[in-house]
Design a binder for this molecule. Structure first.
Ligand code: PMP
Length: 419
């Protein structure tokens, strides 16, 4: 028995029934070529509990109409349910007001919104933006596009060999031209949890606002935007047991009020003539056109579901999973974990000497195990570790120890085939 096993049997296990939770997710019963599915691709997209599917079905069956535009029963119901979701998300991250929650199509869309609405208004030639070496491409490319257009300079916080940001180097990057910090809360590629509270505090001493990409943090830990004091926080529904096509930009009301709209169209205006358009107030100013109403309502149901389990229990349970997996994989010769930050979420990125990640992924798939192989849309992280790709097993609260044992056995089988 390992050190971690007793923990899983004791404290968290008594508060959290993994068997019961698994029963909420129909897809976990799936067999892939007679092998029980083991889903370890949660960082790319999590699975959805039946209550969320049922909620969206109820909306489509009983409540569907376009929102904001009519006085009839269905439109009023759909509008009310859509706004209820906004309110649930506001509570989920402890924002001040519902209007600080902007529905977007996901994290990528939310970051692009800030790059347009804030960046193209306030960040100009000669100005600088601070990013980090741990960013997902969606927190790099929108800023590079702005940099090319407006002559903005991007500066990058380096990482050490554990995959942790060098905070002293971060502080050195600030100067009078720094206009924004945009940093991921958690690295999708290697799981590092960044010290964002400390980073935000420092940026604010320099009068620089901070955007936090929370796509990989919100599914694993309690987020409190007021405590963090971030100016912007983004995340995606599909990584939080919700549907695809919906995500959130949280922004402090004063920041959002000053920004330019991103997309133009219906609902984001108060009046339109061919001479001049005046824009609606937040959040509507940033929600042009018909939004994904069913997805927004489904996202609200996912938030209810996660809140009923409690994020702090999820966090503790998942920490035990990653500790167990780390301990086990370290006993297999020829494997190397990429990213060993002291603070990390349940993401196990690894390589096996002499075997390409694509082959590892393909053989694990034959065991029913879904992992992701590749650069994980974080090529600068791969460049730092001098690997073209890794194999990534990312865990969720519905995963368990016996699934990790199957992964470990799968890795040993892969080695037998190739070495
Ligand atoms: N940021 C991070 C850290 C991510 O992991 C992802 C998704 N892999 C994104 C941004 C983009 O999220 P989405 O594709 O939902 O827009």
């Amino acid at each position: 028995m390992t050190l971690v096993e007793p923990l899983l049997r004791s404290s968290v296990a008594s508060m959290f029934n993994n068997e019961q939770v698994r029963a909420d997710f129909p897809i976990l019963k799936l067999k892939i070529d007679d092998k029980q599915l083991i889903y370890f691709d949660n960082a790319a997209s999590s699975q959805m509990p039946k209550v969320v599917m049922d909620r969206m079905l109820r909306y489509q069956t009983m409540e569907h109409a376009n929102i904001n535009r009519a006085v009839h029963y269905l439109s009023e119901t759909a509008t009310a349910e859509y706004e209820k979701s906004r309110h649930k998300i506001k509570n989920f991250i402890n924002a001040n007001e519902d209007r600080e929650i902007i529905f977007t199509s996901g994290t990528t869309d939310a970051i692009n919104l800030v790059a347009h609405g804030y960046g193209r208004k306030f960040i100009n030639s000669g100005d600088e933006i601070i990013l980090t070496a741990l960013e997902h491409h969606s927190n790099i490319v929108p800023w590079q596009m702005l940099a090319e257009e407006n002559g903005v300079k991007i500066r990058v916080v380096p990482i050490n060999d554990a995959g942790e940001l060098l905070i002293e180097e971060y502080k050195k990057l600030f100067n009078k031209n720094t206009k924004l910090v945009s940093v991921t809360h958690v690295s999708n590629a290697i799981g590092t949890i960044n010290p964002i509270k400390q980073m935000i505090k420092y940026a604010h001493t320099q009068d620089v606002p901070v955007l936090v990409d929370g796509a990989q943090a919100a599914p694993h830990m309690k987020i409190d935007v007021r405590e963090l004091d971030c100016d912007f926080y983004t995340f995606s529904g599909h990584k939080l047991c919700g549907p695809t096509g919906i995500g959130v930009l949280y922004g402090k009301a004063n920041q959002l009020n000053c920004m330019k709209p991103f997309k133009g169209g219906g609902d984001m205006i108060t009046s339109v003539t061919f001479e001049k358009t005046t824009f609606n107030t937040i959040p509507h100013k940033f929600e042009a056109g018909t939004p994904p109403i069913a997805a927004a309502i489904g996202f609200g149901a996912a938030i209810d579901y996660l809140s009923s389990i409690d994020l702090s229990i999820i966090e503790e349970y998942e920490q035990n999973l990653i500790n167990y997996a780390t301990e086990k994989i370290n006993t297999i010769p020829g494997t190397q974990i990429i990213g060993s930050a002291a603070e990390k979420v349940a993401v196990l990125s690894f390589s096996i000497k002499g075997i390409h990640p694509h082959d590892i992924g393909t053989l694990l798939n034959e065991e029913g195990i879904a992992v992701r192989t590749g650069h994980h849309c974080a090529q600068p992280v791969m460049q730092h570790f001098k690997v073209p790709a890794t194999t990534r097993a990312s865990f969720s609260f519905y995963n368990n120890i016996s699934e990790i044992d199957a992964l470990i056995a799968g890795i040993q089988k892969v080695q037998k085939v190739f070495l």
